[in-house]
Design a protein around this ligand. Sequence first.
Ligand SMILES: Nc1ncnc2c1ncn2[C@@H]1O[C@H](COP(=O)(O)OP(=O)(O)O)[C@@H](O)[C@H]1O
Ligand SMILES: [Mg+2]
Length: 450
Amino acid sequence: MRFFRRLPFQTKLIVSLILVIVLTTVLGYLLIHTAINRAFSDFAKHSMGNQDQVFRQMLVEYYARTGSWDGLDRLFLRNRDLLPFVVADANGIIVSAPQFHLVGHKLSRSDLAAGLPIVVGGETVGTLLSRRALKLRDPIEKHFLGTVTVSLWISAVIVSLIGILLSIFLFRQLTGPLKRLNAAAGDIARGDLSSRVKVHSQDELGHLAESFNEMAASLQKSEQAKRRMIADVSHELRTPISVVRTGLEAMRDGLLEATPANIAALHDKILLTTRLVGDLQQLALADAGRLSIHKEALDLNELVERIRATIGVELEDREVALHVDLPVDLPRVNADRQRIEQVLLNLLANAMRYTTSGGTISIAAKSVDENMVQVSIRDSGTGLSKQDLEHVFDRFYRADAARTRETDGSTGAGLGLAIAKALVEAHGGRIWAENVPTGGACFHFTLSTV
Ligand SMILES: Nc1ncnc2c1ncn2[C@@H]1O[C@H](COP(=O)(O)OP(=O)(O)O)[C@@H](O)[C@H]1O
Ligand SMILES: [Mg+2]
């Protein structure tokens, strides 16, 4: 069994099928062989004809008279060869036969079945058998049975061979997809994530191959995302760090004066990288599901008023109007005050960036149903292109990659919306973007009520 377990799957299948084939052919052979023998014995029984009835009657009388078979054989001593019958006693032991050496042999049950029972006083005291029934067959019969046996053997061997060849062919067909799956799995394990299986059958193996390909594709996608992320992060960090480095080196070498203004400029870059690293850390925490959210009954009216006060000066500078449209009886939401403030600030920072002077930004909120509030931030800016709509929430996505970084509280690295999305989703809410018909973009997110 242990040896069998170590065999390749295909070999196991083939070995099992060969066993089945050989067993069924041998069994078939045995069945046919016994059937032929049985038919022959029946034939022999019938061919005993009338003669045996007479002889049986004689035997019945003999037994009835003597009470045993003792002495019966002696009656035939002289002309034993002429005796067409064999007589066995109640135990199946031959008491008289055409050949002397047969006397005393025990007959098998099947041999006895082919004979005529000798009944005396309601009791079977012996059996009368023809020569044929005992396979004391004549040469022609022997020859016939021999031929039948040989052809039976030959057909059994041919049938087995055909079965075995057919099963090897079939199993090759069946196990082909498995081999391909195995090869593809090996590729993936070695790091070739582009490997796929070509299996088109509609059966379980086909479904397995399909799932395998899906798994490989998602692995490849996340691997690519990881690579892109690392590339983006290093790219975003390199610029401010090299600015700071060059500035410091210039000061060290006396090329740049260490004035408070120059130092402040470098300090700004440091702040930028710090924020970027903070943003990345926040996203990493959100990915791991470890973003701490301290929920409280949050009054959105109050939060929005506070934010309006914070950004009021900047709005005025830009000559952008802010409309706030929150019902006074808006239910409180179950949310983390700081996190939601960050979501709103990220959305407002974008809105302000894309709204030119004379434009309007509006903050609105409404109850969608008993346990959900929807907040919307709308601007009258450029709006979102079709590609933007698909990707704005992706990490490091910026519609205009060459845009100059601004000090609007965001790093400008394309992480603002990704973070807003992570924060809203950590609250169990949903965030999405759309264009407004009158021009401009609108961002909505939902929060559950207390
Ligand atoms: N209100 C808006 N109007 C037009 N485009 C926007 C708006 N908000 C976001 N976007 C687009 O989505 C991109 C991603 O925004 P965000 O994730 O906040 O990154 P960042 O602000 O650093 O560019 C922006 O670069 C911009 O192309
Ligand atoms: Mg932004």
